[in-house]
Ligand binder design. Structure first.
Ligand code: CDT
Length: 313
């Protein structure tokens, strides 16, 4: 049986502070309709796809940021997206901020998540971001903050894979794509299709010499991760100038060969898609990258015993 799944990346242009979720959901639905018209079975949206990238701002009382988080999914604002997906028979993967409540209705956790929904409207899984970049304290001298470590807890769950869309699907969120461990954790579970949303400012405040390389690094990590693990990778941006901060677009779909199969050409709302033949993965994971045959976990002891060179085992 053919395992070709037509997958779309629904890149978004900027979402400004004053844009309501209803306005954003209308944009998501427009992209979803385009994807369905092209025969896609799945559309992937960016990280934090319902709001502006609010970690660029500092608030002394984190509760003042509560409005940027969802407390349930679906909710009144996103139900139209779920309804449209079910009508069209298309699955989707949506990034958003989740404020998990305890039984008393108090905030228990703040997560940066992506939820994968199947073509029949049922949730496959919700993945929590593992690698949380940036800083946890206010840095007022910066032109803008990247205070994700204030707004989000790192996932304690790591990287899972799920059987969906005729294959084995994993998720990662933005900074996760820069870490080889993310791909490998999923690769060791037989992943065939990795879905990744991102928000990447073009200006990297700690080292501006990297600014001109943002597009190169984005492609470098996703192409290497795809090839070395014999998997498709769907990277989806929120690009353009959002609240004065310019962000990388360049959404792309990469095959297990490491080749880019489709790539966005604008930094606004744009749909790209590719036919992902999941059987192609075996040509890599069954030969050069037959991990069961060639890997040497017995000599990789530093990988799980150290965080970095200074964290001695
Ligand atoms: N959203 C996100 O994870 N962005 C990071 C920016 C790193 S700079 C603090 C990224 O890896 O693209």
């Amino acid at each position: 049986m053919s395992r070709v799944v037509r997958v779309a990346a629904g890149q978004l242009g900027p979402i400004q502070r004053e844009h309501s979720r209803a306005e954003v959901v209308a944009r998501l639905i427009e992209l979803m309709r385009q994807a369905a018209a092209e025969g896609c079975r799945l559309i992937v949206y960016p990280e934090l796809a319902l709001t502006t990238f609010f970690p660029r701002w500092w608030v002394d009382d984190i509760r003042d940021a509560d409005r940027w988080y969802e407390t349930e999914m679906p909710n009144a604002d996103t139900q139209p997206l779920y309804d449209e997906a079910r009508t069209l028979g298309i699955g989707f993967c949506l990034g958003y901020a989740l404020r998990e409540l305890d039984s008393e209705g108090r905030t228990a956790h703040r997560w940066n998540v992506m939820t994968l929904v199947d073509t029949d409207g049922t949730e496959v899984a919700t993945f929590k971001k593992v690698h949380i970049p940036g800083h946890a304290a206010n840095e007022p001298d910066r032109p803008f903050q990247h205070a994700e470590r204030y707004y989000f807890e790192p996932s304690p769950d790591g990287f899972g894979v799920w059987d969906a869309f005729g294959g084995r699907v994993g998720m990662m969120i933005c900074n996760d794509r820069r870490w080889p461990e993310s791909y490998r954790e999923m690769g060791l579970q037989g992943v065939e299709l990795i879905l990744c949303g991102y928000n990447t400012p073009l200006h990297y405040v700690p080292d501006p010499s990297q600014d001109r390389l943002q597009g190169f690094h984005n492609a470098l990590v996703m192409q290497a991760g795809a090839y070395q693990n014999g998997t498709f990778v769907v990277g989806v941006a929120k690009g353009g100038v959002e609240e004065g901060v310019d962000s990388l677009a360049e959404s792309q779909i990469i095959g297990p060969s490491g080749e880019v199969l489709a790539k966005a050409v604008t930094n606004g709302d744009e749909l790209i898609w590719a036919d992902c033949d999941l059987d192609w993965c075996r040509q890599y994971t069954g030969t050069l990258f037959d991990m069961d045959y060639y890997r040497r976990p017995e000599v990789y002891r530093h990988l799980t015993t150290r965080r970095g060179p200074r964290t001695l085992a």
